[in-house]
Design a protein around this ligand. Structure first.
Ligand code: PRX
Length: 636
């Protein structure tokens, strides 16, 4: 069947299509219904069925490939490299699962995972899935305030963490950040399970902090069978940013997710059992959940987990070819990364890419932010391999738009992630009227008509009302899921993404809410008002730019005072949210450009920062506000 036929069938004969895909995974009890959409937009997939993600990722491969590599851990930070076979992974996951059970974790309990890119992060996720606990992985780069808000929302029984992460050879102690977060949080976890990497000495809180090495040793022989859970049982929550300052817990099911990942591994990533998948993401992001841990393992592939920079070798010395050396050594067939990482490599010697044999690699998949044409061309020429852009979100869990070469080989178009994947009824609508834009090359909001396909978020954790209000009521007159992205579709049906419709910015593939950064900056005593916007950046795609009105202009009286205050404000963001959220610059201004009704003119502000025309300014209260900002961005 052609792509068009498959896509059409996935929508018009939804039940039969997904029932077929569901055969890609194991079920303990078969489902009685494929798609239950009796209470939209809360779609349930494969109801009546029971299954387990860990069984599908690990146990079911034990019969056919127990000795095949499953998890390949490479750290250029610590110079470690270790391959776990499926049976070794099976054993490790059971040690972790037994440890969690010993700490009192039960089915449905949350376990918060705050770990660097080490094998224990994968063991922890799989162990939770094994016993029916719900994991909530928080990116290791997040600081105490971010972590505390997630602890309060998830209310974990146990937090799994480590002494430290490492970035470019510099040790980043996690334990003090975690202790501070637990101090700030209203909810107190019963236990903290500590993985001691020996990187940074830390203090243990008696009665609360457990040592993983000790528990692992005690449970080396403990058998922990998989708990069969309902298909709709939540497997995890993962926090992501939106328009408000409060991050949303994206909640995913079990059965639908397993099926969606299994289908995507075949249709999009063309992964076969025994092959190797290499995603350079982090377990703290959705790409890490779907395509470092669950997707490749469900497909019976080995997955590479890489801790380190793309430009640093095993010996700690600069090496722009480290990724490609791994492709050669482990015969990687599919690689997944982000455009920012490629832009980092672009600055290095292109010969680095030619040093290794990349003939095993079928394609490089890129996602998370717009893929600009020069970057796509550069990496495509340098690798001599297809570059496949794919567009999706934390909410969707797997690609919404891309080309499915596993269904039908199809040309990619530079600048376009591609076409809708099976199950996705993607439309463009007019922002103001909600009317569908059917013609080619019309710009509209990219929406998805329900029911959403398997794998998509079920709801916002403990906040069904927020799920409905945020995602399903933003387009006037229609109940459709809004992606909050602008898009157009060309004559051939290829989509192009034109940026967000809300206040979310994308810094080096990291999704950040400007509201969160503004709230953090506002907590500095000198700050009266603040606006944060995303500004185009050659390397990171976008960077955050902060404009601050001070309580007293004298705080930044001269250049030195201003520089010091800028540094202090950046430090506040670092300690509250983490360095990922730190603005590139904090500029001090007399006033912010607002409408007469007091609404910040974000788009005008952003345009001026990027040297573009700010557009219609008839509603502006005080035009000098924008002029002052314009002067900051005009070379003298
Ligand atoms: O704005 C879109 C952008 O990233 C957002 C989702 O980010 P996140 O939840 O972190 O999930 C990333 C999963 C890959 C989207 O709403 N985005 C993601 N992929 C692309 C993209 N923008 C343009 N092209 C893409 N391929």
């Amino acid at each position: 069947m052609t792509y068009a036929e498959v896509h059409q069938r996935s929508l018009s004969d939804r039940e039969a299509y997904w029932a077929e895909q569901a055969a890609l995974v194991d079920w303990q009890q078969p489902f009685t219904r494929v798609c239950d959409n009796d209470n939209p937009p809360f779609t349930k997939w494969f109801t009546g069925g029971t299954t387990n993600l860990c069984h599908n990722a690990v146990d079911r491969h034990m019969a056919t490939r127990p000795d095949a590599p499953a998890l390949i851990f490479v750290s250029t930070e610590t110079g470690q490299e270790r391959v776990y076979s499926f049976s070794e992974l099976h054993a490790e996951v059971q040690c972790m699962a037994a440890s969690l059970l010993a700490l009192g974790v039960k089915q449905g309990d949350r376990v918060l995972v705050y770990l660097p890119m080490i094998p224990e992060a994968a063991f922890a996720m799989l162990a939770c899935a094994r016993i029916g606990a719900i994991h909530s992985v928080v990116f290791g780069g997040f600081a105490s305030v971010s972590l505390a808000s997630r602890i309060d929302d998830a209310e974990p029984v146990v937090v799994i963490s480590a002494d430290a992460g490492s970035r470019s050879g510099k040790v980043v102690a996690y334990k003090p950040l975690l202790d501070e977060a637990i101090r700030l949080a209203a909810h107190k976890p019963k236990a903290v399970l500590m993985v001691d990497r020996g990187l940074s000495a830390f203090e243990r809180v008696p009665g609360r902090d457990a040592d993983y090495a000790t528990l692992r040793e005690q449970h080396r022989a403990t058998v922990v069978p998989c708990t069969w859970v309902d298909s709709t049982h939540p497997s995890y929550t993962l926090y992501t940013s939106g328009t408000t300052g409060k991050p949303k817990g994206v909640q995913r099911d079990t059965g639908g997710y397993a099926v969606a990942l299994a289908a995507s591994m075949k249709q999009i990533f063309m992964g076969q059992p025994g092959e190797t998948f290499f995603s350079t993401s982090d377990v703290g992001w959705v790409v890490g959940h779907s395509y470092i841990v669950y997707g490749p393992l469900i497909a019976g592939m080995a997955t590479i987990m890489y801790e380190g920079l793309p430009t640093r070798g095993m010996d700690g010395q600069p090496d722009a070819a480290i990724w490609w050396s791994l492709v050669e050594r482990y015969k990687v067939t599919a690689m997944f990364s982000a455009p920012t990482a490629v832009r980092v490599l672009k600055k290095q010697d292109p010969a680095a890419l030619k040093k290794y044999d990349l003939s095993s690699l079928r394609a490089l998949f890129l996602a998370g932010e717009p893929l600009d044409e020069p970057t796509a061309r550069w990496i495509s020429d340098a690798l001599g391999r297809p570059i496949i852009d794919n567009y999706w979100q934390t909410e969707s869990g797997w690609p919404i738009l891309t080309v499915a070469n596993g269904i039908e080989p199809r040309a990619s178009k530079f600048g376009s992630p591609g076409v809708p994947m099976p199950g996705y009824d993607v439309k463009l609508v007019d922002e103001a009227t909600g009317e569908e834009l059917k013609g080619a090359n019309q710009k509209g909001v990219l929406v998805i008509e329900g029911p959403l396909p398997p794998g998509f978020m079920q709801t916002v954790w403990r906040d069904d009302a927020r799920f409905v209000k945020t995602y399903w009521q933003s387009v006037p007159g229609r109940q459709v899921y809004s992606t909050f992205d602008w898009g157009i579709r060309d004559e051939d049906g290829y989509f192009f993404i034109l940026g967000r419709t809300d206040d979310v910015i994308n810094v080096a593939g990291h999704r950040l809410g400007t509201r969160e950064i503004e709230e953090s900056i506002s907590s500095h005593p000198a700050v009266a008002e603040v606006a944060v916007v995303g500004v185009a950046d050659n390397l990171k795609g976008q960077v955050a730019m902060a404009f601050v009105v001070l309580r007293d202009a004298a705080f930044a009286a001269d250049a030195n005072d201003a520089l010091k205050l800028e540094g202090d404000i950046m430090k506040v963001v670092d300690t509250q949210l983490g360095a990922v959220a730190r603005p590139a610059r904090v500029r001090f201004v007399n006033s912010l450009p607002k409408t007469r009704s007091g609404k910040l003119l974000r788009r005008a502000l952003q345009a001026v920062c990027e040297g573009r025309d700010p557009g219609d300014l008839t509603t502006i209260e005080d035009p000098t506000a924008l002029l002052q900002i314009k002067a900051l961005f005009t070379p003298a």
